[in-house]
Design a binder for this molecule. Structure first.
Ligand code: ZN
Length: 412
């Protein structure tokens, strides 16, 4: 993404200010950076990245870039291990977040006449309260359910007449299945679903949309950068619009750190432009996506990124090419006769990397060879790498309750 002059100026100003923050985090981060040296986008791209570990080191309130008197709220991101990350918000940050969230609702065609059923959690996590503040600013009726208690969720949807469901994809699916099981769809007024931006397959999306009979929108965000609501998909369903007046974003190769061309998949890196409590410069989200060039047919001028295609941790580099599960899901979906379960083995033999793709199919054994060849040539055409394919019967690959590991790198 080309950096506008005013964005460069903004970043120069932010760094000059952050260098003077009394607590150590920002001062030490930018100690060796002279803001006047940041004259071009290339200069900016030489600034160090910020990663979650850096934020953890600032626990508990080391991230506050203003006097703690000005902090009106904190949130904390759910780290799986160790020290949590605490993000301080000023009144201005809280307001800016609500303004962005209101925009998200508007892009999704939601109005003050809507009744917004909010199932993401409240508390230290940023989700629920973000959905709520945006709904209130819009003037819609917020129904702050929080997660769980499916019985009550459905009852409130019926009795309050909720028109918009906000949920994670997994909770939306659970509710959709329960609503279908009870045969109560016709007693609901749901029209739209605003679904959190975890990666979810097309099959899951289609099921939620058809069982609930709603239009779905992908909403993006992360606690470190306000929370959900910094971008959303529109009726064109052609990527998520990102609010580039509040953030500057880059797509980088997660292995080299270099910016990739528009359209190439890489890691999303975000710089905040207005955040006061805890501004972040070049924050690595570890989310994989791509910049979508050009203007959207919906008329909205905010630039777009693709829906989240996976996490950088899931990515492997083979024969000079980055490969990750979201891509393989996509390829397999396009071929009839291939089920959604697969496993990839990467081995290093006789000086070469070998990729073997096991996938399940319900085709009889005499038709599997041709299917294997079809998958192989499709993979070659889409990713540019030749692989070995091994079709197996449905149920032969291991199932996992938790997130399934699909790529096994046996090279090291
Ligand atoms: Zn659009």
């Amino acid at each position: 993404m080309i950096m506008k002059t005013e964005v460069l100026e903004n970043i120069r100003g932010q760094i000059a200010k952050l260098k003077n923050v009394e607590n150590g985090f920002y001062a030490s981060r930018f100690r060796d950076v002279n803001p006047e040296d940041i004259r071009t986008q290339a200069d900016f791209e030489n600034l160090p990245f910020t990663d979650k570990d850096n934020l953890r080191d600032a626990y508990p309130l080391g991230l506050a870039a203003v006097s703690t008197d000005e902090i009106v709220r904190i949130h904390s991101s759910s780290g799986t291990t160790g020290t949590p990350v605490i993000i301080p918000y000023t009144r201005g940050d809280v307001e800016d977040w609500a303004v962005m969230f209101k925009r998200c609702y508007e892009i999704a065609g939601i109005t003050k006449k809507d009744r917004i059923h909010i199932t993401p959690g409240y508390g230290l996590w940023t989700a629920g309260i973000g959905f709520q503040a945006g709904a209130e600013l819009l003037g819609a009726m917020a129904v702050p359910m929080g997660p769980g208690n499916t019985e009550k969720q459905i009852r409130f949807m019926q009795d309050i007449g909720s028109t918009v469901l906000c949920a994670t994809s997994s909770y939306a699916l659970l509710l959709a299945e329960e609503i279908a099981r009870r045969g109560v769809r016709n007693s609901l007024k749901l029209k739209k679903g605003v679904i959190g931006s975890e990666r979810w397959g097309e099959k899951m999306r289609r099921r939620i949309a058809s069982e609930l009979g709603v239009t779905l929108y992908d909403i993006y965000g992360l606690t470190e950068i306000y929370g959900p609501g910094i971008g959303i998909s529109c009726d064109e369903d052609a990527g998520m619009h990102m609010f580039d007046d509040y953030l500057f974003y880059e797509i980088i190769d997660p292995k080299t750190g270099k910016t990739v061309p528009d359209g190439t998949i890489g890691e999303l890196v975000i710089t905040t432009l207005r955040k006061q409590g805890a501004p972040l410069i070049r924050y690595r989200t570890h989310d994989l996506t791509r910049a979508i060039p050009g203007e959207c047919a919906c008329g909205c001028k905010f630039p777009r990124i693709d829906s989240i295609l996976g996490r950088t941790d899931d990515m492997v580099k083979v024969k000079g090419v980055n490969i990750f599960p979201g891509q393989i899901d996509e390829i397999l979906r396009e071929i009839d006769g291939v089920s959604s379960e697969y496993q990839v083995m990467i081995d290093h033999l006789e000086g070469k990397d070998w990729i073997t793709l096991f996938f399940e199919t319900d085709l009889p054994s005499d038709e599997r060879k041709a299917l294997g060849v079809a998958v192989q040539s499709h993979f070659k055409a889409r990713i540019g790498v030749t692989i070995l394919t091994k079709p197996v019967s449905i149920g032969e690959l291991p199932r996992s309750e938790k997130k399934a590991t699909r790529i096994f790198d046996n090279r090291y």
